[in-house]
Design a protein around this ligand. Structure first.
Ligand code: GGG
Length: 317
């Protein structure tokens, strides 16, 4: 069977680590064809849109998408909106899976990807002195994300931690908590516990080995998964998957890193780990295992090229 993927480098170091990852993919000689597509702030500056229709259509025609990084500015730029947020919405990528692994830590953070505080329901009051962001939690989105988390936990060590802040956010956090426990009841083999997000952050910093699968809402998942990444090797080793009913997009957790972009010194291993997740998603279990072993055995050698070549040499010998 022939598979087809779309590769989008995006901005900054995405332009370095994604081509390196495709080089790795090509060296595996699998029946996977790659089409390149454009998105990002650079694309916006060049063409007036950060996510061209052709890119979206290309993604929709693919079995999986490999995405680099975006560089959304801190302040509002007229006409610009983040292409990765648009892709998550347009492709229905509701589950963000972020594994974090070392010799002793092996956890998976399952982050709800479509609502919460990232629902883009934000406004500045007329006086310009008060800004309001609304957190949206729906039973529908909570059910489907917790269901994904339960299924993942069943394939792992069968422990699920539901993370929320229901003691303060009684309506939104309360709904998330209630629905999460309700969904988890359908998985009697799971051990299910709950933690407040602040306690979870502290416990994770002190001993992350206690976690298997964590499920949480969008903002909490964003923050906790960066903490987990920091505890397990930093941004150079943190991959993620955005999964929906129909599409799947894989991207390193790191951003475009403008401070080092263009120098060829970025660590490509997070992008390589995304390729491992992508290959597993498409059913290429053995090549994915070979790649994962090779990634675990190499250090970042200071340049994208040297690290990429070392990786290829490692699994080809
Ligand atoms: N690969 C993840 C990534 O690009 N992170 C940076 C990010 O999320 N930026 C926010 C945005 O551009 O919307």
């Amino acid at each position: 069977m022939q598979h087809h993927i779309t590769a989008i480098s995006g901005d900054g170091i995405g332009k370095e680590v994604i081509p390196a990852t495709i080089r790795v993919l090509e060296s595996l000689a699998l029946p996977i064809t790659v089409t390149w597509a454009e998105a990002g702030f650079g694309t916006f500056e060049a063409s007036g849109t950060a996510l061209p229709n052709a890119t979206l259509a290309q993604c929709q025609a693919s079995d999986a998408i490999l995405f680099g990084a975006t560089q959304s500015p801190m302040t509002k730029v007229e006409g610009y909106s983040s292409p990765i947020l648009a892709l998550r919405t347009q492709l229905g990528l509701y589950a963000n899976l972020r594994p974090a692994k070392t010799d002793t830590i092996d956890m998976l953070i399952v982050r709800e990807n479509t609502e919460g505080l990232y629902s883009r329901r934000e406004r500045l009051e007329d006086d310009g002195k008060t800004a309001i962001a609304e957190q949206v939690i729906t039973e529908f989105a909570t059910r489907r994300i917790v269901d994904v988390a339960c299924q993942q936990a069943m394939k792992r060590r069968q422990h699920l931690t539901i993370v929320h802040k229901a003691n303060v956010l009684k309506e939104t956090g309360g709904l998330f908590r209630r629905v999460a426990f309700d969904v988890a009841r359908d998985y009697p083999d799971l051990t299910v516990t709950e933690q407040l997000v602040d306690a979870c952050a502290m416990k994770m910093a002190m001993d992350a080995t206690q976690y298997d699968v964590i499920v949480t809402s969008n903002l909490f998942g964003d923050i906790l998964s960066d903490l987990a990444a920091g505890l397990t090797g930093g941004p150079g080793l943190a991959p993620s998957a955005n999964i929906g009913e129909k599409y799947a997009l894989f991207e390193p957790v790191h951003g475009s890193a403008p401070d080092i972009a263009g120098q060829g010194i970025a660590d490509p291993r997070a992008a390589f780990l995304c390729l491992v997740m992508l290959l597993r998603h498409l059913g290429y279990t053995h090549p994915a295992d070979r790649l994962a072993t090779a990634i675990a055995s190499i250090e970042h050698l200071g340049t994208v090229d040297a690290t990429t070549q070392a990786m290829i040499n490692h699994y080809q010998t």
